[in-house]
Design a protein around this ligand. Structure first.
Ligand SMILES: [Cu+2]
Length: 141
């Protein structure tokens, strides 16, 4: 009988030690971890990479992350850097009341940037290629 009690005590002790030595994150992970798709639901056009947006002028279009775009949604204070990847000169401007500007001619390879400081909509056009139109939606923080 004494041996039986000792065996039970030993078994309990081993169980306690096993639980004590188990890494707690094994238990936590099963509760906390989510599928990776949950963490990346935003579309690229709604993400602000450090407040700077690299937009290329390519094929007589506005191109962001290799895709032609007609609209870009940014946050007030963000800056758009336009890089002319075409073999022709572009000349970007906006006559929108929100924030009119005129960047003037940009040679092939040239980079120009605009910081958008007011919430609203700014239509960016090219004085040389009327078909080039980019609608920039600037959202308040
Ligand atoms: Cu142009």
């Amino acid at each position: 009988m004494k041996i039986f009690v000792r065996l039970v005590m030993l078994a309990l002790a081993v169980g306690v030690i096993y639980i004590a030595l188990s890494p707690p994150q094994v238990i936590l992970n099963s509760v906390i971890s989510r599928p990776e798709s949950d963490t990346q639901t935003d579309s690229p056009l709604h993400q602000s990479p450090g407040g700077e947006w690299n937009v290329e002028l390519s094929g007589l279009s506005f191109v962001y992350q290799s895709s032609p775009i007609e609209q870009l949604r940014i946050t007030m204070g963000d800056r758009i850097i336009f890089q002319n990847q075409d073999e022709t000169v572009h000349s970007l401007y906006s006559s929108s009341a929100t924030q009119p500007f005129d960047l003037g001619p940009a040679d092939p390879g040239a980079m120009q940037s605009v910081a958008f400081t007011k919430a609203g909509t700014v239509v960016v056009e090219c004085a040389i290629h009327p078909a080039m139109i980019l609608q920039v939606i600037i959202e308040d923080r």
